[in-house]
Design a protein around this ligand. Structure first.
Ligand SMILES: Nc1nc2c(ncn2[C@@H]2O[C@H](COP(=O)(O)O[C@H]3[C@@H](O)[C@H](n4cnc5c(=O)[nH]c(N)nc54)O[C@@H]3COP(=O)(O)O)[C@@H](O)[C@H]2O)c(=O)[nH]1
Length: 673
């Protein structure tokens, strides 16, 4: 009994579970370390993993047996057990077995964790997109993963044992980097750096480094582990984006946004002693280059010109492309006279011929200049002032520069007012035509009318065409308005026809925008058809400068109009620069001598000489002549004596509303009838 008690105590103090099994496989005794499901009363050959039952069976058959595996448990998560079964025999036969049970659950979990973490590390090492490098305490490569091979181009075998030198770009940076490495070994924990490195092929690459110093439990540095990523492309993209944020992509000049920041800074430094000028440059007739040679040629021209602008600048000046064919210059420490001198030099540099696709292109520019502080105290105001001055330069014949003047501001706001009112004018039916009679000088017979546009604006009152036609031209409304004039004049002609009046031709002014429409003759043919008006009753007037703007195209356009049967006359003749050879080839009917010559023919012998020459030249080319703006009987007499064919002017009749023109025709019909 005492032995039994001692054995019981011993079993309770054993550091492992122990069970006694009888010959039937029934657990008859256990200590407290045995899991509940294996304690006394449980039959081990039933309801347990087969391998466990087999081990018990084997022990009861007289052999030592081992089971290692999971064992279900009702009181706890499944356990991982090692059970060793030893048969108990009395020398003759086996009458049971002893099982020694070790619960290996937590050791097993640790092993599993270790195993999976090793696996994970191996996978990470092999498949990581980041280079993983292990350095020893002398900064020699201890490990080098496939991503490192990819990023630096050195294979693992080439890299192992190499000092960090081998991926540093050049001597100077090597020194710096080595200092950084040294510091890294001394410090503990992690660090980040962005370094220039060298690829095996000699290329410089930019890498991000995340380093961790490896230290043992005694604080001794064992080396460094680095995670590295090649950020060359990302950095290049960011650098490019930064460049784009400040530059014009086409020309490489700065963009307006950047220049505005520079200007605001310069303004903050400017004072009476350090004035500042802003120049707005617009190429003259650049559209023509795009239209004739194409946009790619236009782009190359802009690049050539931008390079010349850059070359002309002083060190502290700044040039930007505002867009299209517009450039802005910021000229710090510059007064208006100095800006003028600089811009004259710039214009001369830009005027030198450019060679594009075998074409020689000569460019002129119109420039507006605004000065701080008198023309604006911030960038936007200065730019607006320079823009207005540039338009002033355009109005003054282009190819020049103009400084800002206060009246330009009023002019610009009037222009804006006119523009928005003009947009409403057609819809509100505010436009009408007046008709100015034209007479034969030989017998004072009514030859025809010139249709002249009138605008009675609800908001602005009567506005002269001399004021609103240029506005309509600049804001792109002129083609639509011109079309309305054509329809209205043809409508009037067809009314006169319907009334049985024998109508006379009506002359309609054609703007440049209309004359350059590629389908102009088709449009006119359709309009004539729609109003059932004979083409011979329509005369189209285009100014000399419009005809000569693109003489090649004008030649074709005029031939098409001539084929339609409409008449064409050149308006304001003498004010442009007609090429006589083109004039000879243009299909024209009449030259209208500009009223600026007619005004002075009595007193000014030069104007007289010009008018005489025009009349003779027209006669030689088989063209009729009409003198505009005849205001005095002396002018009329002189023109008649020179053989001018026709005249119009206040002396003879002012432009009259349609009703009065109709009355004219009726009176004429009455006299004839
Ligand atoms: N594209 C279009 N342009 C048009 C149209 N209608 C007119 N215009 C152009 O506007 C400018 C001013 O025209 P307007 O104020 O109508 O002046 C015309 C005549 O009234 C004026 N004129 C006629 N006789 C005399 C005169 O004896 N003295 C004098 N001082 N002025 C006179 O001349 C203008 C006609 O000019 P022109 O067209 O050159 O024959 C003017 O440039 C018009 O062309 C339109 O529908 N479309």
């Amino acid at each position: 009994m005492a032995d039994e008690a001692n054995l019981g105590r011993l079993l309770e103090h054993l550091p492992l579970g122990i069970i006694q099994i009888d010959a039937r496989g029934l657990v008859v005794r256990n200590n407290h370390l045995v899991p509940a499901d294996l304690r006394a009363g449980c039959r081990l050959q039933q309801q347990h993993p087969a391998a466990l039952s087999n081990a018990v069976h084997k022990a009861l058959a007289g052999e030592n047996a081992l089971y290692e595996g999971y064992c279900p448990s009702t009181d706890a998560p499944e356990r991982f057990l090692r059970a060793t079964f030893l048969p108990l025999n009395d020398g003759k036969q086996v009458h049971g077995a002893v099982g020694l049970i070790e619960d290996l659950s937590s050791r097993r979990a640790d092993e599993l964790e270790l195993h999976t973490s090793r696996l994970r590390n191996r996978l990470l090492w092999a498949q990581s997109a980041l280079a993983m490098i292990e350095w020893d305490e002398l900064f020699r490569v201890r490990e080098w993963n496939p991503a490192a091979e990819r990023i630096f181009g050195f294979s693992r075998s080439e890299a192992i044992g190499q000092h960090a030198h081998f991926i540093l770009p050049d001597e100077a940076r090597r020194m710096v980097s080595l200092e950084v490495l040294d510091a890294l070994l001394k410090q503990q924990g992690g660090s980040y750096s962005l370094n220039a490195n060298r690829h095996r092929d000699g290329r410089e690459i930019l890498c991000e480094w995340f380093n961790t110093t490896l230290v043992n439990e005694n604080g001794q540095t064992l080396g460094v582990t680095s995670l590295v990523q090649d950020v060359s492309e990302r950095e290049a993209a960011q650098t490019h984006n930064r460049y784009l944020a400040e530059h014009d992509e086409l020309t490489g000049l700065y963009n307006r946004k950047y220049l505005s920041q520079r200007a605001e800074h310069a303004i903050s430094l400017a004072s009476a002693h350090h004035p500042l000028a802003l120049a707005f440059i617009d190429l003259d007739n650049f559209k023509h280059v795009n239209d004739t040679l194409g946009h790619s040629a236009g782009d190359r021209l802009l690049c050539q010109l931008a390079a010349r602008v850059k070359a002309q600048l002083r060190a502290h000046d700044c040039a930007a492309r505002q867009g299209g064919d517009e450039f802005i210059l910021l000229l710090p420490d510059t007064t208006l006279p100095l800006a003028g001198a600089l811009l004259d030099e710039l214009a001369a540099a830009l005027a030198a011929p450019c060679h594009i696709d075998g074409h020689e292109i000569c460019v002129t520019v119109s420039i507006g200049v605004a000065c701080y502080p008198q023309d604006g105290e911030d960038f936007d105001t200065l730019l607006r002032s320079a823009d207005m001055a540039m338009y002033d330069a355009k109005r003054d014949g282009k190819n020049t520069w103009r400084g800002f003047r206060a009246p330009l501001r009023e002019r610009a706001s009037r222009q804006l007012l006119l523009e928005s009112a003009l947009h409403r004018a057609l819809a509100r039916d505010e436009l009408s035509l007046h008709y100015q009679p034209q007479f034969a000088l030989e017998d004072k017979r009514l030859l025809g009318f010139e249709a002249l546009l009138r605008w009675h604006s609800e908001d602005l009152g009567v506005v002269s065409p001399a004021e609103f036609i240029p506005v309509a031209e600049s804001c792109g409304l002129i083609a639509m308005i011109g079309d309305w004039v054509l329809q209205e004049a043809l409508c009037q002609l067809s009314c006169w026809q319907a009334e049985g009046l024998s109508p006379v031709p009506v002359a309609v002014n054609l703007s440049a925008a209309q004359f350059l429409q590629s389908d102009l003759s088709e449009r006119i043919a359709r309009a004539l058809d729609a109003h059932a008006v004979d083409a011979a009753l329509l005369e189209l007037e285009l100014t000399e400068s419009v005809a000569m703007q693109r003489p090649g195209e004008a030649l074709e356009q005029l031939a098409a109009l001539h084929a339609l049967g409409v008449r064409v006359s050149i308006d304001d003749f003498g004010t442009g620069y007609s090429s006589l050879s083109y004039l000879k080839r243009f299909r024209l009917d009449r030259l209208k001598i500009d009223r600026s010559f007619v005004a002075d023919i009595v007193e000014d012998h030069e104007d007289r000489a010009i008018v005489e020459a025009v009349i003779r030249m027209a006669g030689a080319l088989g063209l009729k002549t009409l003198a505009e703006g005849v205001e005095t009987p002396e002018q009329l007499a002189w023109l008649t004596a020179q053989g001018c064919d026709a005249a119009q002017g206040y002396l003879l009749e002012r432009p009259v509303p349609a009703g009065e023109a109709t009355a004219w025709l009726r009176a004429q019909a009455a006299v004839a009838g």
